[in-house]
Write a protein that binds this ligand. Structure first.
Ligand SMILES: Cc1ncc(C[n+]2csc(CCOP(=O)(O)OP(=O)(O)O)c2C)c(N)n1
Length: 578
């Protein structure tokens, strides 16, 4: 009710949208950053003739697309909102994509005032101002109240205005119930040469005395709805003719030619380097590929993409939430975003990834510098929980290459696959073990060592695969044949290979550069348990806080190097050896 006047003016005069053609490339975008204002959004759809009364009354019912908070199950909704602090950052990504397309569209975002306490909102202000996104308009519904009471600044919009101005936005402060003021403000915002924000002072529950500007009514139905309807002027049919969008502009993307990278067997290359090489190649074969960096492009090697395709490279600086939000915004317009940082720092954007799954987003993530094997930088830089956290995301794919040729092939599979996928890359150089032509698949694995007499199966991926191979050599010298499985697709996992190993060898040993919780060991355990297989499973993983040091020393200290694998195997096989 506080934002109804603001949205009424937007729909009746400024929004350009064809509800019959949500795919129209020049439609404006409207993101409800305050997703809990869904009753307003759905009422606007009704007023615009996009839905009828019957559907509106299915609000929040089981099976209705009009869920408690908007999701893209509704064709006019780009992204799920409802986790506050996300809509504006994602709108920044949409506006970035629109600018890349030289599209005339505008991106409108309705924000709450309490939501402005989220740091991600200020990452968005900073980024949009710096990038000069003149196609972005934020409307802040300053109703002075949040969920449990007053906001920090209540109706004192001057402090918020000063901050937005400092971020280089065009700023206006208005009475959000004065139609002329709203009208003028939208006109001025559209004319601005930079992103525009309108801080509109409003009253929560506007128009109904029993609740107007009263705390305690957030998200609650009115006590006497009939009286409220009377007070608002009685039942009326309110319809609005939303203006049609203009013609969409054709646009062209430059594609520098880059050959598919390939590495010779035996060559030592870090998979993070292969990621950079592969991304540059993907940019040349697919003009929809864009790359986003969190100010570590010279570590993740995303800079190799930037060197070839500067127009499609987006430096997001040290703002991982904004990086993932921009990626999610860009994919709403059909771009294929690859966002990379240290795996450890992607955790800052976890809620955006979680919500991305609700949005059914096509999001490709890469985390470098995983595990203790990064060495000297110490534990603050080590991703040790990334498999666990990203595995838990609905429908996600987790790929963990062990070799550069494999990293190239897997990244191409990530490009082709819609959905949320994550590649885990290693800082250290490791030997190339697969030829450039070898094929891999999402859900696959490679049995890199096996014989008729395999007594034990070693399962690793990334750097630990190489430790497992060394261990297998040493075990071979002791007369113990070890099968070695490269579990490069951690999710979905090759259950068949695990079950075959369980049936054909006496015991399984997993070894991973990740905390013991939620990683490869748990994946293998779940396959065994899910299939009712009881066998010996030893999980080697990181269990204690690491420090700094040479990678070999840290792998040894964590008990995940070749020596510890050999020792674990000897312990497991002891009864049968004896
Ligand atoms: C990240 C996050 N934290 C908490 C909530 C719970 N919540 C829902 S609405 C709300 C208050 C929002 O206030 P404001 O942004 O001012 O919107 P309005 O008062 O206009 O409803 C809160 C805390 C949430 N949805 N998301």
């Amino acid at each position: 009710m506080s934002a109804a006047d603001l949205m009424a003016v937007l729909f009746s005069k400024y929004l350009r949208y064809d509800f019959a053609a949500p795919e129209h490339k020049a439609n404006d975008h409207l993101v409800f950053s305050k997703g809990h204002a869904s009753p307003l959004l759905y009422a606007l759809y009704k007023a615009a003739g996009a839905i009828d009364d019957e559907e509106l009354l299915s609000f929040r019912e089981f099976g209705s697309r009009l869920q408690g908070h908007p999701t893209p199950e509704i064709p006019w909704v780009d992204v799920a909102t409802g986790s506050l602090g996300q809509g504006l950052p994602i709108a920044v990504g949409i506006a970035t994509a629109a600018r890349l397309e030289r599209s005339p569209l505008r991106v409108w975002t309705l924000c709450g005032d309490s939501e402005l306490a989220e740091g991600s909102m200020w990452e968005a202000f900073e980024h949009a101002g710096f990038a000069g996104l003149a196609n972005l308009i934020a409307i802040v519904d300053v109703n002075r109240l949040g969920q449990r009471g007053p906001t920090m600044h209540e109706w004192d919009t001057s402090k918020l205005a000063a901050r937005a101005a400092a971020c280089d936005w065009h700023v206006q402060e208005i009475d959000g119930h004065d139609f002329d003021a709203i009208d003028d403000a939208y006109g001025e915002a559209l004319a601005a040469d930079r992103p525009a924000v309108i801080f509109a002072r409003t009253k929560k529950g506007s128009g109904v005395a029993a609740v107007e500007d009263e705390p305690g009514w957030h998200g609650k139905p009115l006590a006497d709805p009939e009286a409220a309807i009377e007070e608002l002027g009685g039942i009326r049919e309110v319809g609005v003719q939303v203006e049609a969008p203009p013609e969409a502009n054709p646009f062209e993307i430059e594609r520098a030619a880059v050959d598919r990278p390939s590495y010779e067997v035996g060559e030592k290359v870090a998979t993070r380097g292969a990621y950079g090489d592969a991304l540059a190649w993907l940019g040349s074969i697919d003009e929809r590929v864009v790359a986003l960096d969190g100010e570590v492009g010279n570590s993740t090697y995303a800079e190799r993409f930037a060197a070839k395709h500067p127009d499609r490279f987006f430096e997001m600086y040290i703002a991982e939430q904004q990086m993932v939000a921009s990626a999610i915004g860009m994919q709403t317009r059909g771009w294929k975003p690859f966002a990379s940082s240290f795996g450890a720092f992607l955790s800052r954007a976890y809620d955006f990834v979680r919500m991305g799954a609700i949005s059914d987003a096509d999001l490709k993530l890469c985390g470098s510098h995983v595990g203790v094997s990064i060495g000297a930088d110490g534990p603050s830089q080590m991703a040790l929980e990334d498999i666990a956290s990203l595995r838990a995301v609905l429908g996600s794919v987790i790929l963990y290459p062990s070799d550069p040729n494999q990293a190239v092939a897997l990244l191409d599979l990530m490009r082709e696959r819609r959905g949320i996928s994550y590649m885990r890359t290693t800082r250290e150089k490791t030997p190339t073990i697969y030829g450039p032509g070898q094929e891999f698949e999402i859900g696959g694995s490679c049995t890199v060592r096996s014989s008729e007499d395999d007594a034990i199966t070693l399962i690793g991926a990334g750097i630990t695969l190489h430790e497992a191979l060394q261990a297998a050599d040493r075990l071979g010298e002791k007369g113990i044949a070890a099968r070695v499985i490269d579990l490069y697709s951690v999710k979905p996992v090759d259950a068949e290979a695990i079950l075959a190993a369980a049936a054909e060898t006496q015991a399984l040993v997993t070894v991973e550069d990740h905390w013991i919780e939620g990683g490869i060991g748990d994946v293998v355990a779940a396959v065994l348990a899910g299939n009712g297989v009881v066998t010996s499973l030893t999980r080697l993983a990181v269990t204690e806080r690491p420090g700094s040091g040479p990678p070999e020393a840290l792998l040894a200290a964590a008990g995940i190097d070749a020596d510890h694998i050999v020792a674990a195997v000897e312990k497991v096989l002891q009864p049968s050896v004896a």
